[in-house]
Write a protein that binds this ligand. Structure first.
Ligand code: FDA
Length: 309
């Protein structure tokens, strides 16, 4: 309930203004976001690499409303990939991109514009010796995102997909994508979705996650198990052992600032662990989704809002 309500009010521009300008909001943001600039993301990537962790870097921003902005996002990813290469951080670092940031919602031409921008990023990533993963947004964009993925994979077969276990369709999508060479990140899903398309009971979402994980781990592809849920991590560890997967044939993934000790513990046990590392000034939507995942985060955030008045 609280999660749905929070994700709902996140669309209010009044709440957004209040949150963005509250002085203590910064402290909450810093926990989940590496900084405002690409250099901040590169520095955080270096520290994580020194601790034996891989990264996937997200330049924050979504729902781009004009063409120049969408093209600018692709350019910014190119700059980031150059900085990572200069610092010798690829292929340990890859990038995650949202198609809505690359122009997917710009009317009838949106899918074409987003695909062209995603191709520019894939080229830059290939030159840098690394990969791109397409984040998954709300369910109205699932088909369009998977369409762009299929097109990109013709030239860039290592482009990663994200599937959300809360969607009723996802088991079928897992079967479709569990093919040789196919990199698939499985997460629970972070948006407010109607029961017509998504499981809303957390226990049902967990059961779906396990079914999807079984398909991906048993399949020919490269599963990226993105969850902080201790039970699901343990089931994932059991499944990869049971299927005799080599450590370089799958990854665990977690968010920057969430269960950092567990990230290091899994890496010490010999698993590849990749941290999803966001940076940039457009952090509001990302932050609200992180708060909605864990009510305890809200207390800290609420204090920051109250301190403003
Ligand atoms: P769950 O939310 O049940 O959390 C399990 C436990 O983990 C909690 O009890 C708590 O201890 C800890 N935890 C989880 N979230 C926390 C938080 N924000 N703060 C503090 N503790 C927290 N979603 C999406 O829709 N599209 C996408 O492309 C992606 N991409 C993505 C990449 C990666 C690498 C990860 C890890 C996650 C995503 N997600 C995502 C987000 C995902 O869908 C989901 O919302 C979060 O991972 C939280 O779900 P958990 O599986 O961690 O379980």
């Amino acid at each position: 309930m609280l999660r749905q309500a929070l994700l709902g009010v996140s669309r209010s521009s009044t709440i957004k203004n209040l949150a963005v300008h509250a002085p203590l909001t910064r402290q909450v943001v810093q926990r989940f976001v590496a900084g405002e600039d690409a250099a901040d993301a590169v520095a955080a990537t270096g520290s994580l690499a020194a601790a034996g962790l891989l990264t996937t870097i997200d330049r924050l921003g979504e729902d781009t409303t004009d063409r120049a902005q969408a093209d600018g996002v692709a350019g910014a990813y190119g700059d980031l990939l150059r900085l990572l290469t200069e610092d010798g951080l690829t292929p340990k670092a890859e990038v995650s991109v949202k198609l809505s940031a690359l122009g997917l919602l710009l009317g009838p031409d949106g899918p074409r514009i987003a695909r062209a921008n995603a191709e520019r990023i894939c080229h830059a990533a290939r030159n840098a010796g690394t990969t791109v993963t397409l984040d998954m947004e709300d369910h109205t964009l699932t088909d369009a995102t998977l369409d762009v993925l299929r097109e990109l994979r013709r030239d860039f077969p290592d482009t990663g997909a994200v599937l959300q276990a809360y969607l009723r369709r996802t088991e079928a999508d897992c079967r479709d994508l569990a093919r040789a060479g196919s990199r698939v990140r499985l997460c629970k899903g972070a948006y407010a979705e109607p029961p017509t398309v998504a499981f809303t009971d957390p226990a049902e979402v967990d059961r779906s996650y396990v079914r999807c994980m079984k398909i991906l781990v048993a399949g020919q592809g490269y599963p990226m198990l993105a969850t902080h849920d201790p039970r699901l991590v343990e089931i994932g560890r059991y499944l990869v052992r049971d299927h005799r997967r080599q450590p370089d044939s799958y990854e665990f993934q977690m968010l920057y600032g969430v269960r950092s000790a567990e990230q290091q513990r899994l890496a010490r046990l010999g698993h590849q662990v990749r941290v999803y590392l966001p940076y940039g000034s457009d952090w509001y939507g990302y932050l609200v989704r992180r708060l909605a995942e864990r009510p305890a985060n809200l207390t800290f955030f609420a204090r920051s809002l109250v301190s403003r008045s």
